[in-house]
Design a protein around this ligand. Sequence first.
Ligand code: AIR
Length: 185
Amino acid sequence: MTRARAADGRPGPTNEPGTNPPSSAVPFVAVICGSTSDLPRMEEALPLLAELGVRHELRVLSAHRSPALLERYVTEAAERGARVFVCAAGLAAHLAGAVAARTARPVIGLPMPGGVADGLDALLSTVQMPAGVPVATVGVGNARNALLLAAQILGVADPVIAARIGEHRAAQLRRVEAGQVPDQS
Ligand code: AIR
């Protein structure tokens, strides 16, 4: 566990569940995939964050295969400026829940398709969190929505990001008006 020190020397906030370390670092979205097999879908959507002016970091870490690495990453990423975590996992998808258990920063779960129920298993594993440890869950395989939601959360405190999200919505409206597919660019 990392324990920061306040200016007066008293122990500062810890990274225990329910606390947030202080951070003056540049905000970014921490994107975690449970496996390299999740990467293609996530990488296809990631340019959206750049379009919106949102910094991100991408890691492959598994709640089951590398739990200690995952725990360490959540702690140090929050200290470096991770404001939101996006967690993509399929099958018994405990990644988002495991991250949410270790930080009070918002966690967005992205259930991935595949498995016996083609993502329904991952959806339920991600969304059915116990009261007190929420995971905001988007639709199965909908990486764009996961990243958009992360950007919207950062946009609450960042007018530049908020403006770009507004432009993105306006462009989407224009595509709908033109009879085109709404959110594919
Ligand atoms: N996974 C990895 N560790 C725990 C879980 N639930 C998920 C990955 C991926 C799926 O299992 O997120 O969606 C299959 O992983 P793999 O590596 O076998 O292709």
